[in-house]
Design a protein around this ligand. Structure first.
Ligand code: PMP
Length: 358
């Protein structure tokens, strides 16, 4: 007899879109400090595999509701992947054509995933950085009368995190201690949405923001220029390419500016790419939690804070996506295809089905 039994979710879903959100908060049992409690919020449980499903759904539904998006109108967006995958899923489910612009430096599985979900992917040269793909999307929208999703500027971004992500955190920690919530930023939607709610409802909870050590654009104190539509009009001088995909574009987005202006974070922690990889690998290999590079970076930031946090502290770490999205990236460097010496020895230790020696 199995020791576990499930009940079903007690409902049937009318659309895959209704399965977005309500991601699980999971305790870390093996890799955290013994005298503290670490939880992660695993956004990979969203149907598109990332936190961006939330924003994609709200961008489309808010625009449908107020008439900015017409039936059958093409949607266009610049995205490093997860927003594109989320938008592709939402557009497929609702019947909108989608065009995504993306720098050719991002992982190839992201492009193929979006195309698999029915989107068109227009690549832009990596030398033009995030700003290049962003300008391309804007230009295509203007030239064709397409609906620009505007994840970096739209209020529909932080709004959905306020109403779903943050709400879920409140509910899952109701009556329970929560000392730190740790997140990175791409658009800033997650931190701005969390900040609005946690500052009001859980003022004792410290919010930790993190960014790549070699692209510490918030820490630099310089805010890039923006136009009247709140779109960045220059690449941030403190930006350098970094391996933490989905984090820190080469400008401070308007959506993130709210978190800066309203001081929604108590500490800002720089994380180097290799530390992000280390913690993503440890989450997978030692906790069974398969998650991306930015998740490893966020976990690394939490571990830094833990070094000087009081004993007994309770952490919640945002894990934005699934590790499956990074098979072709440095996250999987060193993960062999061929058998190791140890694996050969295991094979040779019994007589059956041994591989021929190379
Ligand atoms: N990590 C990954 C992998 C992402 O795709 C994103 C979104 N770009 C983030 C983190 C950051 O989330 P947000 O845009 O809400 O700041």
């Amino acid at each position: 007899m199995p020791t576990r039994r499930t009940q079903g979710r007690g409902r049937r879903f009318d659309s895959v879109l209704d399965t977005i959100g309500d991601t699980p908060v999971i305790r870390i049992n093996r890799i955290g400090p013994d005298d503290m409690t670490f939880y992660v919020k695993a956004e990979a449980f969203n149907p598109g595999g990332s936190v961006k499903d939330r924003l994609a759904l709200n961008i489309i539904e808010a625009a449908e509701a107020d008439g900015r998006l017409k039936p059958g109108q093409t949607v266009v967006e610049a995205t490093s992947g997860n927003t594109g995958i989320g938008l592709a899923m939402v557009c497929a489910a609702k019947g909108y054509p989608l065009v995504v612009t993306m720098a050719d430096s991002f992982s190839v599985e992201r492009r193929r995933l979006m195309r698999f979900l029915g989107a068109k992917v227009v690549l832009t040269p990596r030398a033009l950085k995030g700003f290049g793909m962003y300008s391309k999307a804007k230009e295509l929208a203007e030239a064709n009368g397409w609906f620009l999703a505007s994840q970096f500027e739209t209020p529909d971004n932080a709004d959905i995190h306020e109403h779903t992500t943050a709400n879920e955190v409140l509910a899952d920690f109701a009556g329970e201690r929560l000392d730190y919530v740790v997140t990175g930023y791409g658009t800033g939607g997650t931190v701005s949405g969390l900040g609005r709610v946690l500052r009001r409802e859980r003022p004792e909870t410290r919010i930790i923001l993190s960014e790549p050590a070699n692209a510490a654009i918030v820490a630099s104190g310089y805010v890039n220029t923006r136009n009247s539509a709140h779109q960045a009009t220059e690449s941030h001088p403190a930006f350098e390419p970094h391996p933490i995909q989905g984090w820190t574009p080469d400008f401070i987005p308007f959506v993130l500016q709210e978190a800066i202006d309203k001081v929604y974070y108590d500490d800002l922690i720089p994380i180097a790419g290799p530390d992000a990889m280390t913690w993503s690998r440890r989450l997978a290999a030692e906790e069974g939690i398969f998650t991306g590079i930015s998740a490893g970076a966020t976990f690394a930031a939490a571990m830094k804070v833990a070094e000087s946090a009081p004993k007994g502290s309770v952490f919640l770490v945002m894990l934005p996506d699934t590790g499956e999205r990074y098979l072709s990236t440095p996250l999987f460097d060193g993960v062999a295809i061929e058998m190791s010496e140890e694996e050969w020895a295991i094979s040779r230790s019994t007589p059956t089905a041994q591989m021929a020696a190379e």
